[in-house]
Design a binder for this molecule. Structure first.
Ligand code: MG
Length: 549
């Protein structure tokens, strides 16, 4: 409580005390309503005048406080004097307490509890309360409602490049612009960070109309997000767009948790589609997500259950002699059968299971190299291992790999690490340092899927690469598509001029093989020479040259 408030209460208690004392001393009566004999008039008059003066002073102070907001008053009576009908003076007495500040504190607490301090929008708690009401309300009204998750794309870049102040500034303006297109009866909330939620109730009586209406609102919101950037004090490095996930619900078939989950799934779909778009939740999406959740749960167990296998696909030289193999991971699931790497590798990269899986691959390949080193027919083979960007950028990657090499006694000169262009894009200097350290151990580097990414010539020049692998997509088209043919030919020429080996992947026909040889390619991999297979099925006779130059 402020000093002014304290003075106010003190003054009022003093006034009440004087009046109470007056009543008792001068009239010999009780506080409240006292009768005063005529003989006391002279004394009483003086005291009453003093009391009225005090009351007047208090009243003036009180009025001044009204200049701001309306006061809150819990008084039962105001101190004052009146004549009763028997010419006797009554002295009503009471206590008045100013609770304006108490109300202000209550209101402040309420805002802190239910509103976001940055944008002034309802927060998660208030939004969940209202969502619960709408979920129940939808049972009663039988009309569709919509829950939209709104997320800014690349918002982190604003904070990272222009500072938190600019980030907060943008969030406030986005909130303001979004509020402009939302009905007062709907709830626009900020969940935290750059995540907003819009809850629209009583949207439409059927799903189709509701979807149409929700789509219209969502498109307006996306436009608002773009417009909000025009209010920025600094021009943004990148235009910030939004992604929106929408779920519609009615008939009381949904819980608060399910509605939130569905809107979030739809948002992830919108994000996955590149952002600046909206997606509606549907049952198929849920089935896909649930399948992924189950797959992920199984993936967590796969290493412990020894369900991974390494298969090897041979690589051949210009004489079709096998020079090495590429190690390719396979997941042999007891119920699902063979799970495609295309299904589980992206998942493993996302949840970082790629780290233990990646080290298992490296260790298994190195053990195989060490085993082949003891066989005269096999000892000259090399193994190429695909390395994930997540794994490559681990601070202890070089140390772990060095440890594996020492433990397995594999020859590092027989190990090639296949990296992707996206891996090389991150932190050039650091990538170069790691590659040089591994190079010094004797490990070779091949750039996988060349031509499908950025194909920057800068990193070809700066990084210690040994080999380019031409992507299967281009090899497939060399005979039919002049563009593919031109790209393959340019890559072969480029590799030759930079002193790099070049391997064509996905060679499936003899015609492709001949075309590639004719254009200077001298290393090949593909079904024409052998499919990926377990090591036990690799035959020694495959090691002999199958093409007679
Ligand atoms: Mg590869």
């Amino acid at each position: 409580m402020s000093l002014t408030g304290l003075l106010s209460i003190t003054r009022r208690y003093a006034l009440a005390g004087i009046l109470a004392g007056l009543s008792t001393t001068a009239a010999g009566s009780v506080v409240g309503s006292a009768s005063v004999p005529a003989l006391g008039w002279a004394v009483l008059a003086i005291v009453v005048i003093a009391c009225m003066a005090l009351a007047a002073v208090g009243g003036a102070w009180w009025d001044r406080r009204r200049g701001g907001r309306e006061r809150a008053d819990s008084s039962a009576d105001k101190a004052g004097l009146a004549n009763d009908s028997d010419d006797m003076v009554s002295l009503p007495c009471g206590i008045s307490t100013d609770i304006t500040e108490c109300h202000a504190i209550q209101e402040s607490n309420y805002r802190l509890t239910f509103y976001d301090p940055l944008t002034g929008l309802p927060n998660r708690r208030l939004m969940l309360d209202r969502l619960e009401m709408v979920v129940k309300g939808s049972r009663r009204t039988d009309r569709y409602a919509a829950l939209m998750f709104i997320d800014l794309d690349n918002f982190k870049l604003v904070n990272d490049t222009q500072g938190l102040y600019q980030g907060d500034h943008l969030l406030r303006h986005v909130a303001k612009h979004l509020s402009n297109v939302v009905r007062e009866s709907d709830t626009l909330a900020r969940l935290g960070g750059d995540e907003f939620v819009l809850l629209i109730h009583d949207l439409a009586p059927n799903q189709e109309q509701a979807a149409h209406a929700a789509e219209g609102v969502a498109k307006k919101l996306l436009t608002c997000i773009l417009e909000a950037q025009q209010d920025q004090e600094q021009v943004l490095t990148l235009p910030i767009t939004g992604s929106i996930g929408v779920t519609l619900f009615a008939d009381g078939e949904i819980s608060v948790e399910s509605a939130m989950q569905q809107a979030d799934m739809a948002l992830q779909q919108a994000k996955g589609a590149g952002g600046n778009t909206l997606r509606f939740f549907n049952a198929k999406m849920q089935a896909t997500v649930m399948a992924r959740v189950h797959l992920e749960a199984d993936l967590h167990q796969a290493l412990a259950r020894d369900e991974f296998r390494l298969h090897y696909q041979v690589q051949v030289d210009s004489l079709s002699c096998v020079t090495g193999v590429e190690a390719l991971i396979r997941w042999e699931h007891p119920q699902r059968g063979m799970v495609s790497p295309g299904m589980f590798i992206p998942l493993a990269e996302k949840n970082r299971l790629i780290l233990p899986i990646g080290y298992w691959v490296l260790e298994t390949a190195c053990r195989q190299l060490a085993a082949w080193a003891r066989e005269p027919e096999w000892e000259r083979l090399s193994i190429a291992v695909n390395v994930s960007s997540v794994q490559f950028h681990q601070p202890d990657f070089v140390a772990r790999l060095q440890h594996i090499l020492e433990e397995t006694a594999a020859n590092p000169h027989r190990l090639t690490l296949e990296v992707t262009e996206s891996l090389l894009m991150d932190d050039h200097q650091r990538v170069r340092t790691i590659m040089l350290r591994l190079n010094q151990l004797g490990i070779r580097f091949a750039l996988d899927d060349f031509g499908t990414g950025y194909s920057s010539l800068n990193y070809l020049k700066r990084l210690p690469l040994d080999e380019l692998k031409i992507d299967q997509a281009f090899v497939n088209g060399v005979l039919d598509d002049p563009v593919d043919a031109a790209i393959v030919q340019a890559t072969i020429t480029l590799a030759a001029s930079l002193g790099l080996d070049v391997t064509a992947e996905g060679v499936e026909t003899e015609a492709q093989h001949q075309w590639l040889r004719a254009h200077g390619c001298e290393a090949f991999q593909g079904y024409l020479f052998g499919r990926p297979q377990p090591v036990t099925e690799l035959q020694v006779d495959q090691l002999s040259c199958i093409y007679d130059a």
